[in-house]
Design a protein around this ligand. Structure first.
Ligand code: TRP
Length: 463
């Protein structure tokens, strides 16, 4: 998918070649965005934070913060055409600021590794659930049985650890071979397939008899159910689900041909990802109410609701298997994006081959992942700060490191870079450029810092 550039149109060429087309780039970014964040995380944190008001804050964050941050990341990536650490150093110098902007790239590399350490564990659950689906474990089971299957599985650290190991090996394998081949095919097929499958499941949950209740939970804003901590979680989710704030999109942007529109590429990714998250919620919440489950069930929510529904429908074994296989692919195209900045950096910094870098970094991430494996069994009662080890890593990365990365990325693109540079990348200074610049200069950084300060409790509550 990456090909060496022949036309000398770009101001600078990437060391690694370019995407064969804008579509290839959109597919790669969509593949990184669409993942466990949409189908696993979005429903369960929406449930934990009371529904409607949380979803509205999340949508505001996606469009007013996520969109300008994503555009900033892509334009920085394309202008620098290096790995995120080197790109930030290069542009920092070029724009008359400092090479130390590379630190932002470095924090992103670490954030990606930390996210992958737990992402791989949950992706392992989807592997195990594929096997359970094939063997018909969910057929005709009650809500209680399905809950029992979930807690028996996650309670056994060895099975969870093995599944995590398998997923990490799959990720290392693809990253070591180079991400270009395979990825495009996987995404081209997977995203439409997930979309169709979600529409099918939507039909099922509309007929569950509790659709109105589920939809109302998700769409009726009850702001008294939302705390500032919930607002922080909604904002963190906007970053997590769009894969922004850690340099992944920047790394992919480095291979984008000079003439492709960044704005329309970002818009396509944001719309596709947001649609899938909303569909996931509209499928899951009616099923939650139809089966008398608790929306605040936590990380097991999708692993309980959907198997229950599949177990009741005819042909459920087939649909369950297709769903969990697609989820493995969705997680896989995301996990390689999470690892890419670290591997690209290690290849250049330590002069290793891709295979060596992917293996070393992969083993490190795998080991850290055992903190999350144990968070659901042997160490489930060891809680500090935000809860278990898993909850702390998730909070630190999604709710702190990614939004903080977003502040620096927008400040860099909209304040440090000169107007000519950013206008050059965004295709001139029309109304869309002005809107981006306004959001990136004022709205996004101010909103992020404000939410931080409120959630940490530094500002008095006026309500
Ligand atoms: N967006 C992914 C998901 O929703 C998770 C993710 C966060 C990610 N940051 C990323 C994926 C960076 C690839 C690259 O599941």
């Amino acid at each position: 998918m990456l090909k060496a550039e022949t036309a000398g149109k770009a101001p600078r060429t990437s060391l690694h070649g370019h995407w064969s087309s804008r579509m290839a780039f959109i597919l790669a970014v969509t593949g990184s965005a669409v993942g466990l964040g949409d189908f696993w995380k979005f429903p369960y944190i929406t449930g934990e934070n009371g529904g409607g008001a949380f979803v509205i804050v999340y949508l505001f964050c996606v469009f007013l913060i996520g969109m300008p941050v994503m555009m900033s990341e892509i334009l920085i990536g394309r202008r620098g055409r290096r790995n995120p650490v080197a790109t930030m150093a290069l542009l920092g110098e070029e724009e008359g600021s400092s090479r130390h902007w590379s630190l932002i790239g470095g924090v992103g590399v670490i954030a990606g590794m930390l996210i992958l350490s737990y992402y791989s564990v949950i992706a392992g659950w989807t592997i195990a659930y594929t096997l359970k689906s094939v063997s018909g474990s969910f057929v005709g089971r009650s809500a209680e049985d399905i809950e029992g299957i979930f807690s028996a599985f996650t309670g056994n650290w060895l099975s969870v650890g093995i599944a995590h190991t398998i997923f990490m090996a799959l990720t290392i394998f693809v990253v070591a071979r180079g991400v270009e081949r395979g990825l495009e095919q996987a995404v081209r097929f997977m995203v439409p397939a997930l979309f169709v499958l979600m529409l099918f499941l939507l039909g099922y949950s509309i007929n569950s008899g509790h659709f109105a209740e589920g939809a109302a939970f998700m769409l009726t804003p009850k702001f008294d159910a939302l705390t500032w901590d919930g607002v922080l979680v909604a904002m963190g989710q906007a970053f997590f689900t769009l894969s922004i704030g850690m340099g992944a999109v920047m790394a992919y942007g480095a291979y984008l041909p000079a003439e492709s529109s960044i704005t329309s590429a970002a818009a396509a990714v944001v719309v596709a990802d947001t649609t899938l998250s909303m569909l996931a919620g509209l499928v899951i919440f009616p099923l939650v109410f139809a089966n008398g489950l608790n929306p605040g069930h936590g990380p097991g929510l999708v692993f309980v609701t959907l198997p229950l529904a599949f177990g009741q429908m005819s042909g459920g074994v087939v649909f369950a298997t297709i769903f969990f296989v697609l989820l493995i692919f969705a997680a896989w195209t995301s996990s390689i994006g999470l690892m890419e900045p670290a591997v690209a950096w290690a290849v250049e910094h330590f002069h290793k081959t891709r295979a060596q870098a992917a293996t070393m970094i992969g083993i490190l991430i795998w080991a850290v992942g055992f903190g999350t494996v144990f968070s659901f069994n042997v160490l489930a009662d060891v809680k500090f700060l935000k809860g278990t080890f898993f909850e702390n890593v998730d909070h630190l990365t999604s709710n702190i490191m990614l939004p903080l990365g977003g502040v620096f990325v927008t400040v860099f693109a909209a304040w440090v870079m000169c107007r000519n540079s950013s206008a050059d990348e965004l295709g001139g200074t029309g109304p869309i450029y002005n809107l981006w610049r306004f959001l990136a200069r004022y709205v996004a950084p101010v909103a992020i810092v404000f939410v931080f300060v409120k959630a940490i409790g530094l500002l008095p509550d006026l309500s």
